[in-house]
Structure formats: structure tokens, C-alpha cells
Write a protein that binds this ligand. Structure first.
Ligand code: 5GP
Ligand code: MG
Length: 182
């Protein structure tokens, strides 16, 4: 499996350091606000668990699942496959995501959760690929772990055809892996 990794982009130690910094920032920001952290499955699992372990204020957690990638390209449309179960009306909600790429998925998730009338709604994404953003997407992430260049990455929850999610670091997948598969 690791033979298919071209380069380790973000090491396990770097991830741990950045995630605990982000969680400290969010803990300060959301003190006294009883926030709800909503994770978008499945890519966010590692980031989500690491983040909430470092959150020091009372909070609730929830998950949703929307239709996502098959292979390396987005289908452009999204559907809610699993909805949140906590009532978000009047709550301070933070969406946790693995990666902000073209922006299609997060834009959909953001508008969907906004319709539940939260008191506030912010976005915290572990990775951001601003160079890939579709021009019509004006949404901006409020908290970003790392900005990365335009490469297809795997690990730390991120997959290629459901594999590589268990790698403890972020790596760039060798392009021949997906080029040969198509
Ligand atoms: P967007 O809608 O912003 O284009 O895509 C967001 C989703 O696409 C992410 O939640 C993730 O599932 C997938 N995605 C985007 N870029 C990458 C990448 O570099 N690697 C992997 N594994 N998934 C990605
Ligand atoms: Mg995702």
C-alpha cells in the first residue's frame, strides 16, 4: 500500500501539532456557546476524532453523510444519505470536513445545514485546495488545517476507492495508481 505513495505531504507529527492548535482555537472561540460539531462522513473520521478529543469546552457531536466521489472526480450532484440527529435550530454549529476542493460538497452541506436555522454556522476543514475552487463557489472556510497544492492526496481518512483511509499521514498518491485503474 505505501509503495503507491509518491510523497508524504503532511506527517503524523505535523498533523497532531496542527490539530491540537486548531482545537485550542475553537475551544477559545466556542467557550460558553455549547457548540455542535458536525462531521461529514467518511473522510473526516480521523480529523473529527482527533479534534473533539482536544476540545476543552462542553459540546455535542453529530454526523451526516452526503453522496461523494467515486474515483478522483466529483459527480457534481449531492444527496443527503444520512442526516444529523441533533436539533440544530438556534445552535452554534461547526462543520468539520476533510478537504475543501472544488467546493461543491461543502457548499451543498453548508446550505443544507443553514436551512436548519442554526444560531451560527462555521466551517473547519483539515485541508484546503484553493487552486481547485470552482469560480461560482464564494463560500470560504473559517478554519483551515493546511493549504495544499493541487494533487490527489490520501490517508488520515481520505480514500482512493475506499482504500488508504487508515494511513496515519497525508500522502500524495502516485498518479499511475488511478491512471492504470481507469
Ligand atoms: P469538493 O466537492 O470540494 O470538490 O470535494 C470534496 C470531497 O471530494 C471531499 O470531501 C473528498 O471526499 C473528495 N476529495 C477532494 N479532493 C480530494 C483528494 O485530494 N483526495 C481524496 N482522497 N479525496 C478528495
Ligand atoms: Mg468528504
Amino acid at each position: 500500500m505505501e509503495n503507491n505513495i509518491q510523497e508524504v505531504l503532511i506527517s503524523q507529527a505535523q498533523i497532531e501539532e496542527r490539530v491540537s492548535q486548531l482545537a485550542r482555537e475553537l475551544s477559545r472561540e466556542y467557550a460558553g456557546k455549547n457548540p455542535v460539531f458536525v462531521g461529514v462522513l467518511k473522510g473526516v473520521v480521523m480529523f473529527f476524532a482527533d479534534m473533539v478529543k482536544h476540545i476543552t469546552v462542553p459540546c455535542q457531536i453529530d454526523f451526516m453523510c452526503i453522496s461523494s466521489y467515486s474515483g478522483t472526480e466529483s459527480t457534481g450532484t449531492a444527496v443527503v444519505k444520512k442526516d444529523v440527529s441533533v436539533d440544530l435550530k438556534g445552535r452554534h454549529v461547526v462543520i468539520l470536513e476533510d478537504i475543501f476542493d472544488t467546493g461543491t460538497s461543502l457548499d451543498f452541506t453548508y446550505r443544507y445545514l443553514l436551512s436548519k436555522e442554526p444560531a451560527s454556522l462555521k466551517i473547519c476543514t483539515f485541508l484546503d485546495k484553493p487552486s481547485r475552487r470552482k469560480p461560482e463557489i464564494t463560500l470560504k472556510p473559517d478554519y483551515v488545517g493546511y493549504e495544499i497544492p493541487n494533487a490527489f492526496v490520501v490517508g488520515y481518512g481520505l480514500d482512493y476507492n475506499e482504500y488508504y483511509r487508515n494511513l496515519p499521514y497525508i500522502g500524495i498518491l502516485k498518479p499511475e495508481v488511478y491512471e492504470n485503474a481507469e
